[in-house]
Each structure stands twice: as C-alpha cells, then as structure tokens.
Design a protein around this ligand. Sequence first.
Ligand code: SAH
Length: 227
Amino acid sequence: MGAIDDKTIVTQYFNSTGFDRWRRIYGDGQVNKVQLDIRKGHQQTVDTVLDWLQADGNLSGLSVCDAGCGVGSLSIPLAQGGARVLGSDISEKMVAEAYERAKNTLIKTDNVSFATQDLEVLSGSFHTVICLDVLIHYPQEKAAEMISHLCSLAESRVILSFAPKTLYLSLLKKVGELFPGPSKTTRAYQHREADIVKILESQGFSINRQASISTSFYFCRLLEGVR
Ligand code: SAH
C-alpha cells in the first residue's frame, strides 16, 4: 500500500492529465485510433442507458443522480429528455466542463445541476441513481461500500457499469502493464459480475436489465437493479 490512496490519485488525475485526455475522448474533436474506439464504446453505453430510460416512458420529471458524471455525457441528454438531473463528480475540472457543455447544448438548464462531490458522501433521494464507468477506479474491497451508498440514495433503481473481470481482459491488462503509456497513471480495476450482483441484492435490488458493450479497447458490463 502506498502512502497516497486510490481516491486521491484519481482526483488529482481527473483534475490534470486525465481531464485533458477524457475531455477529448468524451468530445467530438480529433483523437487517435484507440481513443476513437473508446469514445464509440462509451457512447454505446450512454445510448443504452438512454434507450432503457426512454423505453420506460416516464423520463420527463424523473429525478436522476448521475454519480461521477464526468463531462456530462449522460447528464446532458437526460436533462434534454426532461429528467431532473444532479450530476456530481469528484473532479472540479470535470464538473466545470460538464456545466459549460450543458450551457452550450441545452435550451434551458433549470432541470440540471452539477456539484463537485465525492459520490460516497452524496445525500438525498432520487428515483434513479446512475454510475457509469466509475467502478474501474474502485478496488473490489471498496466496491461494496460505494455501491451500497449509491443504493441508499435510490428510491427505485440503480444503474451501474463496470469493466468485467474476464480471463481475456486480465491478460490484456497484464500486457498493457508491460508498456505503460504516459496517461496510464491510474490503476484500472475490473470486477466480477457475481460480486456486483451480490452487493446489489444485499441492498434489496434485483437485476432487471443488462447489457454488454465491447469494442477493441472498451469493455463494459451494464446492470440495472430495481427495488
Ligand atoms: N460517468 C461519466 C464519466 C466516467 S469517467 C461518463 O460515463 O461519461 C470517471 C469519472 O469518475 C471521472 O470524472 C472521475 O473524476 C469520477 N470519479 C472517480 N471517483 C469518484 C468518486 N469517488 N466520486 C465522484 N466521482 C468520481
């Protein structure tokens, strides 16, 4: 164990080099091939969630918490669809960018707000709590507490995405670690689906919808838990 914990490293990363990298990936400007592949994969994750929520037909007025909202890739279209959204992120730079994008994209911004906050200290009550591509920053032993907290904020539903722990990905990761690039400054944690499901079930949720999204460099498992 190093002196600096994962969360401090993640916060610093997303306020510096990580901010620059992910703002570009989650944008529409020129990026390299790998980043473009990740952008497409991530967009599929966002689109899948939007499809699920739109299919339910009650998006207008629905209260949603987008925990670890990044630059607002999900918060903004949700607000566009009429949901009441709180997007929060531990990185103030990501939050500032999300706010800027919301102002530039949305006709009205009164149903979306953004806050710089660690999701583990979020309070309040939301119909739906969504947390996309954040668990990759959480080691397994920290995941239960984090997910349980998100569940405590959710009246009806939690939607989570994570990088699935599979043999293939574990190997890929090992190979990747042999060639660390300049931006790979955070550790990436994969999770076993069975572990995540067990945590959700322990909080009174059962799995309602699920999806797998994968491109060449982006791997994601998406679960919807409902009470
Ligand atoms: N959910 C967004 C962003 C994913 S990138 C999307 O899918 O587009 C991961 C984000 O999680 C980063 O913006 C990072 O700052 C944030 N994050 C990591 N740990 C966090 C924590 N404990 N609380 C809140 N945000 C966190």
